[in-house]
Design a protein around this ligand. Sequence first.
Ligand SMILES: CC(C)(COP(=O)(O)OP(=O)(O)OC[C@H]1O[C@@H](n2cnc3c(N)ncnc32)[C@H](O)[C@@H]1OP(=O)(O)O)[C@@H](O)C(=O)NCCC(=O)NCCS
Length: 335
Amino acid sequence: MSKITAAITAVGGYVPDYVLTNEELMKMVETTDEWIVSRTGIKERRILKGEGKGASDLAAPAIQNLLKKRGISADEIELIICATTTPDMVFPATANIISDKVGAKNAFGFDIQAACSGFLFALVTGSKYIESGQYKKVIVVGADKMSSIVDYTDRTTCVLFGDGSGAVLLEPDTEGFGIRDSILRSDGSGVVYLHQKAGGSANPPSHKTIDAKQHFVYQDGQPVFKFAVVKMADVSAEIMEKNNLKAEDISYLVPHQANKRIIDATARRMGVGEEKVMMNIQRYGNTTSGTIPLCLWDYESKLNKGDNLILAAFGGGFTWGSIWIKWKLNGKSNY
Ligand SMILES: CC(C)(COP(=O)(O)OP(=O)(O)OC[C@H]1O[C@@H](n2cnc3c(N)ncnc32)[C@H](O)[C@@H]1OP(=O)(O)O)[C@@H](O)C(=O)NCCC(=O)NCCS
């Protein structure tokens, strides 16, 4: 019997309507469009407005988009894995809330928290359920409402993040399409450089934690930048070497969209030109777990069956990793 791999058989995405431009940020903090674009590559990002709206309100439309494209009903979904750093609530899992919103009555679900590497960690997890032979339809969704944890008076972080979600459907394949290999890593000593200090069990919410602004993203940008450049580039080169893939074999690098300079450094290390790099940071900023599936969603029509994709991410924790995918679809909605 041929080996089962987990192929991506549909991609969905969703970004909210509200566009937060660099010009609008210039009215909120001391910054310039020139600074933001030259240091990060970001022009604008999307913000989810509306009281009581959370990551599940980004994920549900992304999944509905995917189901429509694949032409299946929500009843057929067996598992939903949600990567998020901004869950709707501390508990239950956002995946449960999403299941209810999309009507996936036969699915179980859980969340994965690995900051900006969350989608990669969730995708590898989902692929193992498919490879086991026990599950036939698994959804992996990355969704983050970063605007809920960003301090819009802190110019060093508020220019970077946005809200958005992307989702993929995994199904079994016996012709070698889908997730072929992965390298995932974490290093907990990185917690000091990038975290949200309060709100968890170590520092539960209190007036003191709110006054100290400890419910916002804290980032020491330069060390994070240095780690990200090295680790994302190293792990992308490592997965190519491990699988004997040369630059000319790669159709696209699908990088986490944190900073254009980090993406450029990764592409250089892999030896691939910018025409082979998926990039939408200019429109969405860093949507954390949403960046990689939103890239797949944006570039889907350019992809062909058999294309080799290298997914790469780096995030808080620290966490980082890369995945090699042999793409199964031909263009948009062409299953
Ligand atoms: C955040 C980041 C863009 C800052 O860029 P940088 O080139 O490292 O800039 P620095 O932090 O050295 O700051 C340089 C100067 O710009 C200032 N600055 C910071 N944010 C600014 C802004 N939005 N507008 C204008 N000036 C700003 C700083 O205050 C500093 O001023 P100073 O020299 O007077 O102290 C960069 O460090 C980065 O991208 N880090 C990694 C982010 C990341 O990937 N995070 C998520 C991981 S998944």
